[in-house]
Design a protein around this ligand. Structure first.
Ligand SMILES: O=C[C@H](O)COP(=O)(O)O
Length: 258
């Protein structure tokens, strides 16, 4: 049995301003306070402008909820208008930085090469990258989901040393299941998550691969999370839409009760 601690991370995407963020995290904290959820790590991934408010709340109330950014610059400082750097996120005590979400790959043309630079920027600044990978519908229909996703894993981890790689979080998000209500079956999720762990074992050895947490993302809800989490290579979820409803997110975190 794996001793990996499941990570349930709510990706708010471009939702909730800094005041709404405070109210939302307070509601999450309240919803998670009456029961021991130590065996699950909970994180929120708000828009950049919310991070200071979330940090202040988490610090002030000594909450166990972690937080991170939805993106990170490949550069640590300089003339990169609009970018947010690893040192800035580290100063806010962010735990995580999402890298290569499919919406960044699709709408901002982020390549595996850029994702690799962002993964390195996160590690350089003591942030844990959540590297997102996954195939689109055309690739899935052609049956090439494993090869496609493993190529993204290879690209994102290029020249990343084993001691860093074994601390990364990889989120397998089939693009056709994001925000569509089309959740992958638990078997679909396991097929690719298992293949990802297999590739990590080839790259870093089985012991290192066994330390990596691999999340599933794509239309995760309280009603389907338990079946997905029952799969051996699924160690958590990256939750979009359902994470905006505090009660629903709390139910997802408590997937063992579902
Ligand atoms: O980062 C989260 C994923 O894009 C999943 O989003 P979703 O739960 O709304 O399908």
């Amino acid at each position: 049995m794996s001793d990996r601690i499941p990570l349930m991370a709510g990706n708010w995407k471009m939702n909730l301003n800094h005041l709404e963020a405070i109210a939302h995290v307070q509601k999450l904290a309240f919803g998670l306070a009456d029961k021991d959820y130590e065996a699950v790590e909970v994180a929120v991934l708000p828009p950049f402008i919310d991070l200071r408010s979330v940090q202040t709340l988490v610090d002030g109330d000594k909450l166990k909820i972690k937080y991170g950014a939805q993106d990170i610059s490949a550069h640590d400082s300089g003339a990169y208008t609009g970018e947010i750097s690893g040192p800035m996120l580290a100063k806010l005590r962010c735990a995580y930085a999402v890298v290569g979400h499919s919406e960044r790959r699709q709408y901002h043309d982020e390549t595996d090469e850029l994702c690799n630079a962002k993964v390195k920027a996160a590690f350089r600044n003591d942030l844990t990258p959540i590297l997102c990978v996954g195939e689109g519908l055309d690739v899935r229909k052609a049956g090439n989901q494993v090869a496609h996703t493993l190529a993204q894993v290879d690209g994102g981890l290029k020249d990343v040393p084993a001691e860093q790689a074994e601390t990364i979080v990889i989120a397998y998000e089939p693009v056709w299941a994001i925000g569509t209500g089309e959740v992958a079956t638990p078997e679909d999720a396991q097929e690719v998550c298992g293949a990802i762990r297999g590739r990590l074992a080839e790259l870093y050895g089985q012991e290192g691969a066994d330390k990596v947490r691999i999340q599933y993302g794509g239309s995760v809800k309280s009603g389907n999370v338990a079946a997905i989490m029952a799969k051996p290579d699924v160690d958590g979820a990256l939750i979009g839409g359902a994470s905006l409803d505090a009660d629903e997110f709390v139910k997802i975190v408590r997937f063992r009760d579902q």
